[in-house]
Design a protein around this ligand. Structure first.
Ligand code: AOF
Ligand code: ZN
Length: 366
C-alpha cells in the first residue's frame, strides 16, 4: 500500500503530466496537485500551449480551499507574463502556504525567478522531490528552450544482426505488434518525424500516428537533397499533416514551385551537394519544431549520428537473424576505425515487449 506523503502527491502530479506528453507543442508537460490538511482539493495539467498552466487548473478547482494548502508542481511555477499570467503570482494570491517543486524551469524568463517570488512572499518552497523523473519527462522541452534546437530521437527496428530488410528488400514485418504500437506512441509524442527520400520513394509511407485512441500526427520532414520526392507520394497528397522537405540550393526552381503549390514547405539547407543537417536542425527549431523522431533509413541515421545530432537512440530488436551481405542495416556510414571510438549509449533502459527487446539510451560523444 502507498503511504500518503509528499512523494505520493508529487507522483500523482507527474503521472498526470506524463499522460499529456505530445500535446503541449514546444511547452513542457506539467502537473499540479493541491492538498489541504491531507485532503486532495485540486488537480490540474497543462494540456495545450496557449491554454492555462497546470497550477491555474488545480487552483481553480480548489477554490477557497487553496488558502493554507500545499501545492505540488512538477516544474517551477512561472514568473513571466506569457500566454497566461505568472503562476507564482496566482499561488501567492490564493494564500498557498507551501509549494513543493520537482525541478527548476530552465526557461531564461523563469530560471529560479518563480521560486524566488514565492519565497519573497513568505511561502515555504522545497525543490527537488522526484527530480530525476521530472527531468526525464521534459527532456525535449529542456533541450529546445536552452538551445533553440529540436530534441532528436532516433528510432530503429531491426533483426538481431542489425538488418532493416532482407536481401530482397522485404521488411514487413521486422518487429512485433507491441513494438509497432510503441512507435505510434513515439510519433504522437514528437512534433516532427524525419526520413530520407529513399524511404519515401521505396515505401510511400504516410508517417502518421495510428493508435487505437487516435493521436496527433507529427510534421513530416524529408531529407531530399535533389528534390526527388514524388509529387504523387502519400506525404505530399494525403493532407493528413504538414510536410517539410529539407533540400539544397542545387535544385530545379520549377520543381520547388510545383511542391510549394500543393502546400509543401521547402527549406534550403546549404549549397549542397548534401543537406547541411546542423543547419536543417536550426531552421526546424526556428519553425518551432521542438522534437523530431528520426525513422531512417540507415544512411540518414548514420549521417545524423556522425553529425552528433541525436539526443536519444531507441532500438527495437526482433529475435531474428536474416543475414545478407548487402542487406540494409540500421546504421550505414563509414564508421570508426577503432572500437574505442564507437558511439556509446548511457543511461540505458531495456524493456522486453513479448519476444522483442527495446534498448534505449543517450549517446555519449567523444
Ligand atoms: C508553469 N506551469 O503548466 C507550464 C509552464 O507560452 P506560455 O505562456 O504558456 O509560457 C510557456 C512557458 O511557461 C514555458 O516555456 C515554461 O517555461 C512555462 N511552462 N509553467 O508554471 C505550466 N506549462
Ligand atoms: Zn505558469
Amino acid at each position: 500500500m502507498d503511504i500518503v506523503n509528499d512523494e505520493y502527491y508529487m507522483a500523482l502530479a507527474l503521472d498526470m503530466a506524463e499522460r499529456a506528453q505530445g500535446q503541449t507543442h514546444i511547452n513542457p508537460v506539467v502537473g499540479c496537485v493541491v492538498v489541504k490538511d491531507g485532503v486532495l482539493v485540486g488537480i490540474g495539467t497543462h494540456l495545450e500551449r496557449g491554454t492555462p498552466h497546470a497550477e491555474v487548473h488545480a487552483l481553480n478547482m480548489a477554490g477557497d480551499k487553496a488558502e493554507g494548502s500545499t501545492a505540488y508542481v512538477t516544474l517551477e511555477p512561472c514568473s513571466h507574463y506569457g500566454t497566461t499570467p505568472p503562476c507564482s503570482e496566482r499561488l501567492v494570491k490564493e494564500g498557498v502556504r507551501r509549494v513543493v517543486v520537482a525541478c527548476e524551469d530552465p526557461n531564461s524568463q523563469v530560471a529560479g525567478k518563480g521560486i524566488a517570488m514565492l519565497r519573497e512572499h513568505g511561502i515555504e518552497v522545497e525543490v527537488g522531490l522526484l527530480k530525476d523523473r521530472a527531468l526525464k519527462l521534459n527532456d525535449k522541452f529542456f533541450k529546445y528552450i536552452t538551445t533553440g534546437l529540436p530534441y532528436v530521437t532516433l528510432k530503429t527496428a531491426s533483426t538481431l544482426d542489425g538488418k532493416v530488410a532482407s536481401r530482397t528488400g522485404d521488411s514487413k514485418w521486422i518487429s512485433n505488434e507491441a513494438a509497432r504500437e510503441q512507435v505510434h506512441t513515439l510519433r504522437h509524442r514528437h512534433q516532427g518525424i524525419m526520413v530520407g527520400v529513399e524511404t519515401v520513394i521505396k515505401d510511400d509511407p504516410h508517417l502518421t500516428t495510428r493508435l487505437s485512441v487516435g493521436g496527433l500526427n507529427p510534421t513530416r520532414i524529408v531529407v531530399d537533397s535533389k528534390l526527388r520526392t514524388p509529387l504523387d507520394s502519400n506525404i505530399v497528397k494525403d493532407g493528413l499533416a504538414q510536410t517539410v522537405i529539407l533540400t539544397t540550393a542545387q535544385i530545379d526552381v520549377e520543381r520547388v514551385e510545383n511542391l510549394k503549390k500543393i502546400g509543401v514547405t521547402i527549406l534550403i539547407c546549404g549549397e549542397g551537394p548534401r543537406v547541411d543537417l546542423p543547419l536543417a536542425m536550426k531552421k526546424l527549431g526556428e519553425m518551432q519544431i521542438g522534437s523530431i523522431l528520426l525513422e531512417g533509413g540507415g544512411k540518414l541515421n548514420g549521417a545524423m549520428l556522425e553529425a552528433k545530432l541525436i539526443d536519444r537512440v531507441i532500438l527495437y530488436l526482433a529475435p531474428k537473424i536474416v543475414g545478407g551481405m548487402n542487406s540494409p542495416s540500421s546504421f550505414s556510414f563509414e564508421g570508426s576505425e577503432w572500437m574505442k571510438d564507437a558511439v556509446r549509449l548511457e543511461s540505458l533502459e531495456v524493456e522486453l515487449l513479448d519476444d522483442n527487446v527495446c534498448i534505449s539510451g543517450i549517446p555519449v560523444w567523444s
